[in-house]
Design a protein around this ligand. Structure first.
Ligand code: PGA
Ligand code: ZN
Length: 442
């Protein structure tokens, strides 16, 4: 059967209420006040899906292309070209397709873009369309999105990697690593996990204010505090202290996670990294991580080396094998070819999944499935510039990844995901399970 026959089949399968009747986009703003794309997809049955595109600050080189206007308005950050692309090219091409066949809709998006990195229409135009489409299909069925995508078997709520101290590009301080996270693994439910994590977040606030003064409790891009610390261990010590003074046990109730976002501290010309003001070779940085892992209950390290450092990832992975998971973000950019490469080189225990890194839900789904079928982790993630769209909460539950990264329990664009997870847990009632236990204790 040729492609146009499949199109005809999908257009004319007799279930007209799922057919896309309208698609349009407009320019709205994200959590940093930068313009972003909102897409609305409407079905003939009256289903409405609305999705907003997030945006990263520490972006990987191999991510799909985010189209920005580059003119005087909004310091070049406008997205009117991406919005026009939805209205002029995407909308007419999707009308009449059955929204339930989201993989087909996504293929159409990839096809009309026609580039390998979505640079023609813009990944920021494509991702919101892809997500608005599945939301419209779910809405037509009057079903929550997690259930539409995952079926009635999906009932695992993710453990949050909660970023409570912000550094790197996400904060105006001198912390070299970008994210210092707590993972409430010891809870029995998602709502309990959120409660105990918030108790630690508040203890941390008290501690930082006492030790560093009131400006230490200003928050960074992802809602974590941005204290004037100079070393990574200072931040890790503060996390351990906050866990203990909230009455919990580090290494039992809580694990820690780090995102070094090491491409940002990597010096290409000398092949070194600047950590805590000191220049380190890859070998020295491996020893530094090993020492951190032996000192603190660190369960996850994300992007410990720069985005081409497959070999160094694999080396570190060998050294910390039984204790700590090594996770790719800028290394793998949700791209299945890069994930396959990382897997074949034994470089990772899992990946961060950011739908806008690759551009469509289906491609992200392929990456998630590959990871889970390879007994690896898939951590569904927000971006540092995000929106009130809670869609990743549904994605994490739908694919039962057991892990999500969506910042501190502060700022509306972060709490929208936590609140949606609370709702999903409520809807699932006694069927809900919590992913914390599956991460394992140290
Ligand atoms: P970004 O950072 O959204 O600014 O790229 C998040 C991360 O690196 O995990
Ligand atoms: Zn990252």
């Amino acid at each position: 059967m040729v492609k146009s026959d499949v199109d005809d089949l999908i257009r004319d399968n007799g279930m007209s209420e799922f057919k896309i009747s309208d698609v349009y986009a407009l320019q709205v703003i994200d959590s940093r006040g930068d313009p972003t794309v909102e897409v609305v997809v409407i079905t003939e049955g009256g289903g409405v899906g609305r999705a907003l595109t997030p945006s990263g600050a520490s972006r990987g080189t191999y991510e799909a292309v985010e189209l920005r206007d580059g003119d005087r308005r909004y310091n070049g950050r406008g997205v009117s070209r991406a919005v026009d692309n939805v209205n002029k090219y995407i909308a007419p091409s999707l009308k009449g397709l059955d929204s339930r066949y989201y993989r087909h809709v996504d293929r159409r998006l990839i096809e009309i873009d026609g580039t390998s990195n979505k640079s023609r229409l813009g990944a920021n135009a494509i991702v919101a369309t892809s997500l608005a489409n599945v939301k419209a299909a779910a809405d037509t069925l009057k079903m929550p999105l997690y259930q539409f995508l995952g079926g009635f078997k999906s009932r695992l709520l993710p453990a949050p990697l909660m970023n409570v101290i912000n550094g790197g590009l996400h904060a105006g301080n001198e912390l070299s690593f970008q994210e210092f996270m707590i993972i409430p693994v010891g809870a029995d439910s998602f709502s309990e996990a959120l409660r105990i994590a918030i108790e630690v977040y508040k203890e941390l606030k008290k501690h930082l204010k006492e030790k560093y003064g009131p400006s230490a409790i200003n928050v960074g891009d992802e809602g974590g505090y941005a204290p004037p610390m100079k070393s990574n261990s200072e931040a890790l010590n503060a996390l351990v202290q906050a866990i203990r003074s909230a009455g919990y046990v580090d290494g039992l109730d809580f694990m820690l996670a780090l995102d070094a976002a090491a491409s940002q501290i990597y010096n290409d010309s000398s092949n070194t990294y600047t950590v805590d003001g000191i220049s380190m070779t890859s070998e020295e940085l491996i020893d530094y991580y090993v020492e951190l892992v032996n000192t603190y209950p660190i369960k996850i390290i994300e992007d410990p080396f720069h985005e081409e450092g497959f070999k160094e990832f694999a080396e570190l992975r060998k050294r910390v094998a039984s204790k700590t998971l090594i996770i790719g973000d800028d290394l793998t950019v949700t791209n299945i070819e890069r994930i396959k490469k990382a897997l074949s080189l034994d470089a990772i225990d899992g990946c961060i999944i950011k739908i806008n890194q690759v551009g469509t839900l289906s491609e992200s789904e392929d990456s998630i499935n590959l990871l889970l079928m390879s007994s690896k982790r898939a951590i569904i993630s927000h971006r540092s510039g995000d929106t009130e769209d809670p869609v990743i909460a549904h994605i994490a539950v739908a694919y039962e990844t057991g892990l999500i990264k969506t910042g501190a329990p502060a700022r509306g664009e972060r709490t929208s995901k936590y609140n949606e997870l609370l709702r999903i847990e409520h809807w699932l009632g006694g069927d809900a399970k919590y992913g914390g236990k599956y991460l394992g204790k140290i």
